[in-house]
Design a protein. Sequence first.
Length: 277
Amino acid sequence: MNGLGVDLDCDFNDNLTKKIGEILSYLQSQGCPEQIHAGVILGSGLGEYTETLRITHTIPYSEIPSFPQSTVEGHSGALIFGNLEDRTIMAFSGRFHFYEGYDIDETVIPVRLIHAIGAKKLLISNAAGGINLSYNVGDLMVIDNIIRPHRRMTQQSSRWHWNMKNYSDIAFATAIKLGLTVHRGNYLYVFGPNYETKAEIHAYRIMGGDAVGMSTAAELMEATRLGLPAVGISLITNAAAGITGEALNHDEVKVAASAYKEDFALLVSRLIIEDWA
């Protein structure tokens, strides 16, 4: 147990256990809320979601001891506490990617922190490229499953697999009720930071990928390992390589994320408020 009264014995390695304890102690010293209803990890260009909250604390990642730093444009790099109705939210405006030089275990520190502090649920978002030819820019995709053509995604555990279908069902049904354009599909994880080639996207479509991105997979799998209810939501911000014939760039991702932020915010807020039982 640490000073906040939360259990850190979560199958972490010793170094990460120490880091989580240091982070929690610092947040306590800053007067941050100790009871959290939900955590939210915000992807590229989606940090504006925090404007929907009644913000109580904003702490730059650079001020938090033992905390990784966001280096990618479109990730502001701040831990934000706020309220949505009577729910207290812990939002990560900016995440950490393997291609930034972090180990996979470091990229999931927010998930472990949310779990350690006792949150009831986690929403993980990303901006993704559409592989499925029926997807359009601005569509939402609830992640049904993960394709990972690479290495392991979390530390070894008897519960390493992806197993969040019940929560995906809830998220998809909620989006339909809200009248949003939504799909449910497979998220294909790539290391990045370079975009995929036309040939790779063709192969990924054959593999069953519906959207492609450079984050989220490890976070969702770590939430499963920890038994933390979680939902992954992709905002389709561009067609994947080779579909339109146009070159891809990060600016279009940020522009699209900003343009369709209201649909994204509506779904995330409703999922925070609703009971997932």
